[in-house]
Design a protein around this ligand. Structure first.
Ligand SMILES: Nc1ncnc2c1ncn2[C@@H]1O[C@H](COP(=O)(O)OP(=O)(O)OP(=O)(O)O)[C@@H](O)[C@H]1O
Ligand SMILES: [Mg+2]
Length: 244
C-alpha cells in the first residue's frame, strides 16, 4: 500500500462547513457545505463573483468567525473550536493578514507598523525594528521607513502591509482582494511580491479575488458560486512570468 507523502499533508482542512447569518426572521446561507484541503506552500485562490461567499469562507478559514456547522483545522488544530484567547494567540503565532484597505495603524510609522507582529512574539525593540527596516527595503520602501501611513500612497501602504504580514514568517497568509484599490501595474508588483515571499519560505497563501488575472498567480483555484464550491483545480500556469 502506498504511504502518503508527509510533505503533502494538508495544512488547512475544511470539513462540511456551513455559515448562516440570521437577518430578522430570515436566514442568509452564505456557505452551504464546504469541503476543502489546502497544502503547505500552496498559493490558493478563492475565486468568484460578488456575493458568492469568498470573504465569508476566508473569515471561517482564518478563525475570524465561527462556522454554523462543520470544522476548520489549521496544522491539525481545530481553530473553529478555540476560544477567543486561544484564537488570538494562534493567530499571532501562525497567521498573517493582508487587507484591501491596508489597515496600517495611523499613529505608527511604516517601520513600527511592520515590526508589530514581532512585538507580539516578544522580540526586543531594536531587533524587531531592524528586521522591519530590512524587510521594508526589500519591498522597495527604503525611502519611507519613518513615514506615517497618511504620508504614503496606496501602493506604498500595501507594500508595508505585505511586509507586516510576512515579517514573523507565519504558516499561512490570508489576503482578501489585496490589490482591490490599486492600479494594474501596482497590482502586478504586489502579487509578485506576495508570491516571492511565499515561495522563499514555503508559506501557504489564501488569496480572495474576483479578478481572473490575479487568480492566474495561484497554484490552485477554488471557484465559489452561491456559497458552494463549483470547481477546485490545480492551475496550469501558462505564463512563466508568474513563476518565481
Ligand atoms: N455579516 C453578515 N450578515 C448577513 N449576511 C452576510 C454577512 N456577511 C456576508 N453576508 C452575505 O453572505 C453572502 C456572501 O457574502 P461575502 O461577503 O462572503 O461575498 P464575497 O464573495 O466576498 O463578495 P465581494 O466580492 O462583494 O466581497 C452575501 O449574500 C452577503 O450578503
Ligand atoms: Mg468579499
Amino acid at each position: 500500500m502506498n504511504q502518503p507523502d508527509p510533505r503533502s499533508r494538508p495544512i488547512i482542512e475544511v470539513r462540511d462547513v456551513r455559515k448562516e447569518y440570521p437577518i430578522g426572521d430570515e436566514t442568509v446561507v452564505a456557505l452551504k457545505r464546504i469541503n476543502l484541503q489546502v497544502f503547505r506552500g500552496e498559493i490558493c485562490c478563492i475565486f468568484g463573483t460578488s456575493g458568492s461567499g469568498k470573504s465569508t469562507l476566508l473569515n471561517q478559514l482564518a478563525g475570524m468567525e465561527k462556522p454554523t456547522r462543520g470544522e476548520v483545522r489549521i496544522g491539525g488544530v481545530p481553530i473553529s473550536r478555540l476560544d477567543e484567547n486561544q484564537l488570538a494567540s494562534f493567530r499571532q503565532k501562525h497567521l498573517g493578514f493582508v487587507f484591501q484597505s491596508y489597515n496600517l495603524l495611523p499613529n505608527l510609522t511604516a517601520t513600527e507598523n511592520v515590526a508589530m507582529p514581532l512585538l507580539f512574539r516578544g522580540v526586543p525593540r531594536r531587533e524587531r525594528e531592524e528586521a522591519a527596516r530590512a524587510l521594508l527595503k526589500r519591498v522597495g520602501l527604503s525611502h519611507r521607513l519613518d513615514h506615517f501611513p497618511r504620508q504614503m500612497s496606496g501602493g506604498q501602504q500595501q507594500r508595508a502591509g505585505i511586509a507586516r504580514a510576512f515579517i514573523a514568517r507565519p504558516d499561512v497568509v490570508f489576503a482578501d482582494e489585496p490589490t482591490g484599490n490599486l492600479d494594474s501595474k501596482t497590482t502586478v508588483e504586489i502579487m509578485e511580491m506576495i508570491c516571492t515571499f511565499a515561495r522563499n519560505y514555503h508559506q501557504t497563501i489564501i488569496l480572495v479575488t474576483h479578478d481572473p488575472e490575479m487568480a492566474s498567480y495561484a497554484d490552485r483555484i477554488v471557484t465559489l458560486i452561491d456559497g458552494e464550491i463549483v470547481s477546485n483545480q490545480r492551475n496550469q500556469k501558462e505564463n512563466p512570468r508568474h513563476e518565481t
